[in-house]
Ligand binder design. Structure first.
Ligand code: FES
Ligand SMILES: [Fe+2]
Length: 398
């Protein structure tokens, strides 16, 4: 029986990428690997769950899942963004069913009520001597040996980079700042803080999440799978763009405007330098956030594994919300989203084909193109580091 938590299991993938084999195929088709990943990858990484604009107002809540754990992200009354498990401290009921704006969080089962900062506010009829709906009048901590302070919502670590909200289920995570390495600095001229989610499409991919990630991070398939994309993001203008940090990156510079495929030119962010105004950057932030950074917008793919061979994904348009006021610009943003949607459908077909192919047990892994697939190797080594319980931030190559 293979032990997926041991370094020796991965000897074939550890050499430099021009000699290495890819991660063994069982990593994509074995239930056991999938279960271990929940704990070793998704419960110990900074997992992106959404955007600050989804909790724009105090009282806003959206639901999410990380490593099969039901979570809610809130903005409390003092404007702090927080994350909690979506479970009541009384007898374990799920608390919230829908995204929305809430005055407080009330459990539908026995009506315990929590504040948006997680503290337990009231526990009606909870005490023998108390038959009032408002227990604050006759509440006695001592008599019942019960203190509401001991039963706040279970919280999770939440941190923010720009418009992105990250969650880490590890009680002692490495700081997000370390996780991201030099990526925030590379994007420092982009108004990331101000971008908001303005359009979203959902995808149910029949492929393991790592196939989705690897597909995003290599350019080898572009010629054949995305002929339209390569018109304006030409292969000969691509170079790796990755420093130290838990991410992979490429840039295309310059872009080749091609209105026959898609008119990508809105108004570039005025804070960008001349190169950035005519370039695109593609980053995979390990483990689950893919960014297409254009001069005027970001298209983001955000995915979560749901089964060994299934991944839930959203394709999200992030722009300066003020640009949506102009109907013409709004129309063009819609067109750009449509273009990315078509690109993503092309990728969906490709990744689902890989999952199907890997049902063949004779396939154990393959070799990687030295020109186009180094980031696949970098990504797979991050997975391995997580699986053996030794996360180390990779150095950059530029
Ligand atoms: S389970 Fe929530 S109040 Fe009882
Ligand atoms: Fe692709």
């Amino acid at each position: 029986m293979i032990d997926f938590t041991k370094e020796e299991t991965y000897l074939a993938t550890r050499p430099p990428f021009d000699r290495a084999m890819t991660l063994m195929a069982d990593a994509y088709r074995s239930r056991k690997f999938f279960e271990l990943e929940k704990d070793r990858v998704f419960s110990r990484s900074w997992v992106c769950v959404g955007y600050v604009s989804q909790v724009a107002q105090p009282g806003d809540i959206f639901l999410t899942t990380v490593a099969a754990q039901p979570l809610m992200i809130t903005r409390d009354k003092t404007d702090n963004i927080r994350g909690f498990y979506n479970v009541c401290r009384h007898r374990g009921s799920r608390l919230i069913d829908e995204d929305g704006n809430y005055e407080s969080i009330r459990c539908p089962y026995h009506s315990w009520r929590y504040s948006l900062d997680g503290s337990l506010l009231s526990t009606p009829f909870f005490h023998a001597e108390n038959n009032s709906q408002d227990d604050s009048l006759v509440y006695s901590d001592e008599a019942n040996n019960f203190n509401k302070k001991d039963f706040p919502l279970f919280s999770v670590h939440v941190d923010i980079w720009g418009c992105f909200i990250f969650v880490n289920l590890n009680p002692n995570p490495i700081p997000l700042k370390e996780w991201l390495g030099d990526l925030p600095d590379r994007l420092r001229r982009y108004p990331l803080k101000d971008l908001g989610l303005v359009a979203r499409k959902h995808y149910a991919l029949k492929a393991n999440w790592k196939i989705v990630a690897e597909n995003f991070t290599e350019n080898y398939h572009l010629r054949w799978v995305h002929p339209r994309l390569t018109q304006f993001s030409k292969l000969e203008n691509k170079a790796r763009f990755q420093g130290p940090g838990m991410y992979n990156g490429w840039c295309t510079s310059p872009l080749t405007p091609d209105p026959t495929t898609v008119d990508m030119q809105l108004v570039p962010h005025h804070t960008l330098n001349a190169t950035e105004k005519n370039s695109a950057y593609f980053f995979l932030v390990f483990p689950n956030l893919c960014l297409f950074v254009l001069p005027d917008h970001i298209f983001a793919l955000l995915y979560q594994p749901s089964e060994t061979g299934e991944t839930q994904e959203t394709g999200d348009m992030l722009v300066l919300p003020s640009t949506m006021n102009d109907p013409d610009t709004r129309h063009r943003i819609g067109k750009i989203h449509e273009f990315w949607h078509e690109v993503n459908l092309e990728d969906q077909e490709a990744v689902e084909r890989v999952q199907k192919g890997m049902a063949a047990q004779v396939y154990q892994g393959g070799r990687m193109s030295s020109q186009y697939e180094e980031p696949v190797h970098r990504f797979q080594n991050m997975v391995i580091d997580c699986m053996i319980g030794n996360i180390s931030i990779p150095p950059g190559d530029l």
